[in-house]
Ligand binder design. Structure first.
Ligand code: PLP
Length: 230
């Protein structure tokens, strides 16, 4: 079996498991494609993937040059640097990693210049790890509320990467806290922040994430196999 065939099979397996866990709810699978070559991304799309997540602006730009014909949504899921915001707004349909007013203000300027309202997610540092991006969970509601001053951002929901644990169950309490936060923000009814999306769960723990209310999972290894390097 060649690599493309393996990816196609993996996508079918993952979509199947997602559907089982979702019990009739709609859950979007974002393929996390960092380090993966364009032909494998193409294979994933051929098997049913409609959303692509990239971590780095330059890598996304390179890949989009070869994959611009695909009918997919491009998601920025990595940490975004201030000086990459202009390129990011031109490349991505969704930015999932908004975690500072500084980045939000930069996105606002670019989106406004382009005359568009960009869907974004607010990243929450649910494990409060110093090595990770994301806003403090205790500050998440007021952070989302504060984004109202940026009319060219639309806060569609929250994203999180819980601390790495020994097994999928160790992520469950973090997913549960994320679900509570998302429900709290959604119930605020902020016009600029409908906040219906909850992007959480990766290859190791996406079934648990969906059980706890994820509406979007980001999956790399389970589709493409192990990454070389990072
Ligand atoms: C790489 C990555 C994923 C996917 O991780 P896997 O464990 O390979 O499924 C999901 N989210 C983010 C932010 C990532 O960087």
């Amino acid at each position: 079996m060649d690599a493309e065939e393996a990816v196609r099979r993996n996508v079918i397996l993952v979509l199947d498991q997602v559907q089982d866990a979702a019990r009739g709810r709609r859950v979007v699978v974002v393929a996390a494609t960092k380090t993966q070559p364009p032909e494998l991304v193409r294979a994933a799309v051929a098997a049913g993937i409609r959303d692509i997540g990239e971590n780095r602006v330059q890598e996304a730009a390179d890949k989009k040059r070869e994959l611009g014909d695909l009918d997919v949504h491009w998601h920025m899921i990595g940490r975004l640097q201030r000086n990459k915001v202009k390129a990011a707004v031109s490349l991505f349909d969704v930015i999932q990693s908004v975690d500072s007013l500084d980045i939000a203000a930069a996105i606002e300027r670019e989106a406004s210049a382009r005359g568009l309202v960009l869907p974004v997610l607010v990243e929450v540092n649910i494990g409060m790890e110093s090595t990770k991006g994301g806003v403090d969970p205790a500050a998440a509601v007021s952070f989302v509320e504060g984004l109202r001053e940026f009319p060219h951002l639309r806060v569609e929901g929250l994203m999180a990467v819980p601390p790495a644990g020994p097994d999928p169950e160790s992520s469950r309490p973090f997913f549960r806290r994320m679900r509570a936060l998302q429900a709290e923000i959604e119930s605020c009814g902020f016009p600029h922040a409908p906040a219906r999306i909850l992007s959480m769960g990766m290859s190791a723990d996406y079934v648990v994430a969906i059980e706890e209310g994820a509406t979007m999972v980001r999956i790399g290894t389970a589709i493409f196999g192990p990454r070389a390097g990072r």
